[in-house]
Design a protein. Sequence first.
Length: 599
Amino acid sequence: MAALQRSAFFDAIQQHDPESTTVVHSLSGRSFKFGGLLQDVAKSKDNLLKATGKTEDQLAGERIAFVVENSYDYVVTLLACLASNTIAVPLAPSFPASELRYILNHSQALALLHSSTFAKVAQEVLKDGLDQQPISVALEKIKEQKGQSSSPVELKGESNAAEGGMMLYTSGTTARPKGVLLPQPVLIAQCRSLIQAWNYTSKDRLLHVLPLHHIHGTVNALLAPVLAGSTIEFMFPFNVDAVWKRLAAPFIASSNEHKPPITFFTVVPTIWSRMLQSWSDLPDDLKEAAGEAIQRKNLRLSISGSAALPTPTKKAWTDLSKGNVLLERFGMTEVGMALSCGLDDIDRIDGSVGWPLPSVEARLVDPDTQEIIKPGEETTSEGKERSGEIQLRGPTIFKGYWRNPEATKKEFTEDGWFKTGDIAVRKPVHGAGEGKSGEWATGPAYFIHGRKSADIIKTGGEKVSALEIERELLSLPQVKECAVVGLPSEAWGQKAAAIIVLTEQGKTAGRGGKEWSALDMRRALKDKMVAYKIPQDMKIVDELPRNAMGKINKKDLVQKVFGDLVAIRRRSIAAAEERAQAKAKEAAEQAKGGANGHA
C-alpha cells in the first residue's frame, strides 16, 4: 500500500466523494476523479525519489522546479512536491530562457520536471548559464482512471508535521524577482480563509483560465478548490470566444454536449473587459444562452482581482448579467488574499476591497509619521481622510524571501507586521460592513489608493491617488484604457499625467472632429474632481502593455512614453535647486557681512 505524509490537503482529498470530478480539461474532455488523485500523487512522488536518487529525508526541503501545462498533470506534480516535503517552484513557460535560468539559479533547484509539451523549453533552459545543473526529469502524461484507484493510499503521521511548500517569484518591477517562500501551513491557512469567506463547496465548478505561476491561479483557483472538493475545469490560455461558448453550452437546447454550468469564475479586469467588448459580436442563440449562464442562479460567484477594477466595467457586467455583481478583493504573492468584499451584494462596494479576510489582521500606518491609524481616527480634526500603508499579520503571511534576509527584514516591522507598500483609506459605508457576509466583514471598509511608490502622487503638499483618477477617466466614453502616473514638477513636486488608449468615439471627439486632446480631457474632468488632481499632461497610445495578470509596470511606461519630458524637467528642477542654493549662500554671506559691520 502506498503511503503519503498526512496533511490537510490529503486528508480532504481522501474524504471527498471518490466519484466526484476533481479536474476536467475543457477542450479535450479528459476527466479525473478524486478517487484516483492520491494514487497518482503517490506514483509521482515515487518517480521523483527514483529520478533524484534521494531518500524521503534527503529530499525534504529541496527545491523542485517544474514546467507543466495547466492540467491535471500540473495538479498532481504540485501535490507530489508537497507530499515529498519539498518546495515546489512552478515556472512560467512563457518566460524567456534567461529568466527561467535566473529562477533555477536563485532557488538552487535540485531538479527540473517537465511535461512532453515543454521538453524543448526545458532543454533550452538547461543548455547553459546555470550555476549548478538540475536533474532533468521528463514526466509521463497521466492516463485517465475510471473510478477509485484499486490501490488505496495510506496517510501517515500528523497533519501539522507536513513540511515543504511552494515558492513563487515576484514580478521584479523594481529589482530582480524575489522568491516568496510559502510553507505548506501558510498555503493551507490561505485556502481555509478563502473557503470560509467565499463558500467554495463540492458543488462548485470553477473555470480556470489563469496562468499557474501566480498566487491567483495557484491558491484561489487550484489549491482552495481541491481542499473544498470543487471541480476545476482548465481552459488555458484565455480565449474570449471559447469562454463564452463554454459558459453558454449547458443552456443551448440544440447542443449534444451535456456540460454542467460554471458556478465560479475568477479572473483579472482585462478579461472582464474583453468579455464585455465581445458580447455584441456573439450570435443571437449564443447570447441568449450565455446571458442565462452568467446570472447568479447559475454563476454564483464572479471575482475580479490582481489589478484595480474600473467601476464602468463592474456596472456593465452587473447590467449584462441582470444583477450578478463582481466581487473585488486584494492580495499579493507574499500574503495570498488579504482583504475581500463580501458575498452579500451590500458588501460589494464600488472601488473598495472590503475587509480583512478570516484569520488576517490588518492595520493602516501613516507612511510619513509611522503612526498607526486606529479605528475611529480615519479623519483629521478638519475632516480630511487619513491614508496609510496596509500592514498585515497572521497565519496566511509568507515567512520570508528565499536567500534574501535583508529584503525580508526590510519588509517586516519590528513587531512582525508585513508592509504591503499599498496605500489605502478606511471608511464606513452605509449598510455595508454589518456582518451580512460573515463576522469577518464588519466595520469600515478599505479603499486602496495605489502602490506607495507608483500610484501615490504628491502634488503641492497633497496626496493624490492615481487609481481614483483612472476610475474617473474610465467613466468617460472617449477612454478605453488608461494609466495615470506622476511626473516631476518644479512648482508642485509632482503633477499627474495620463496615458490613454482612446475608444473609437474618442478618436473623433475633439474639436472639429479631431482626436480627443489634453484640453478636452481637462474639460471633461472639471466637474468630477478638484483641479490639482486633474492630469496636466496626456499622451495617446495604441495599447498599454500588461503582464499575464493584467498589471502595468508604470515605471517602464513612464520611461517609454514620457522619458524625454521627465529628463528635461529633472534638469530644470536640478538647475532651480542650484540657483536656490546659490541664493541662499549669497544671502547667508550678506547676513554674515552685515552682522560683522554692525559689530
